[in-house]
Design a protein around this ligand. Structure first.
Ligand code: FES
Length: 261
């Protein structure tokens, strides 16, 4: 016969854990805060977002302007004259902010709910994500469609980053920036294609896969990426910020873009 163990409710921060359980939360708080500050600053700059065939992912797709990266020369009159990044970033930001992995991370890091597994919480009620405002996190499944469309734009930017127009005609070449933009598209692809919502969409909602080989393969592929979703999330976050910084510093003349070919 097993003795019944009474669980004791712990006060805020109380725990029997002896490891540095607070370290991942501190790291997440620092990195996410730094990224938010940098991305907001970069979005308001409205300058130095392109260099030759390179376009910062914060400003892609560039819909209007005189830039060779712009889709159209003139913006419609009703569009406010603000930095293009302010119109673009809400979509990838909304996708990332509502991501299932990041939710678990920033709930702990920013408002200690809970501070960590088996660590006392600051409140004794639990509402989950069933009420406002957190029920709005369900919008993630819709942001997924925008994220998939943005991947096409970023893959196209990566392709264009290999075509240089130094002497009038475009020719194939490889610069460090070409590799930076390509890595950015790959990492964001790995993050997006491992999304929990996509996993549900491609087959997770089915009760059985028998007789559905395409669904099975798609589900296995997304599941494979999903297993490393945390690593893809951090790697793609760091790299998308670095890609903007790389293009920006080249455009400002601070960094030189080395050509490998
Ligand atoms: S769950 Fe993380 S991107 Fe969808």
């Amino acid at each position: 016969m097993t003795d019944v163990v009474q669980l004791k409710r712990r006060g805020f921060g109380e725990t029997m854990r002896r490891d540095a359980w607070w370290l991942p939360q501190l790291g997440a708080f620092t990195i996410l805060s730094a990224f938010l500050v940098y991305a907001t600053w970069a979005a308001f700059q409205n300058a130095h977002y392109e260099y030759g065939p390179y376009l910062s992912p914060f400003y892609s797709p560039l819909l209007f302007g005189n830039s060779p990266h712009a889709w159209f020369a003139r913006a419609p009159g009703w569009l406010p004259a603000i930095s293009p990044a302010l119109l673009i970033l809400p979509f990838p930001a909304g996708f990332r902010f509502t991501c299932y992995y990041y939710r678990g991370t920033y709930y702990k890091a920013f408002w200690a709910d809970p501070p960590g597994c088996a660590v006392g919480e600051p409140r004794d009620s639990y509402h989950g994500e069933k009420t406002l405002p957190l029920v709005l996190q369900n919008v993630h499944r819709y942001f997924l469609f925008f994220a998939l469309i943005f991947l096409v734009f970023l893959a196209h930017d990566a392709w264009k980053a290999f075509w240089f127009g130094d002497e009038g005609a475009r020719h194939f070449g490889i610069g460090i920036g070409s590799l930076v933009l390509t890595t950015n598209a790959i990492l964001l692809g790995g993050y997006t294609f491992g999304c929990h919502s996509l996993r549900h969409l491609v087959g997770g909602y089915l009760d059985r896969f028998a007789g559905r080989p395409v669904r099975r393969t798609a589900y296995d592929c997304v599941s494979c990426l999903n297993r490393g979703h945390m690593r893809w999330a951090w790697a793609s976050l760091f790299w998308v910020g670095f890609t903007d910084a790389y293009v920006r510093l080249c455009a400002m003349g601070v960094w030189h873009d080395w050509r490998l070919l």
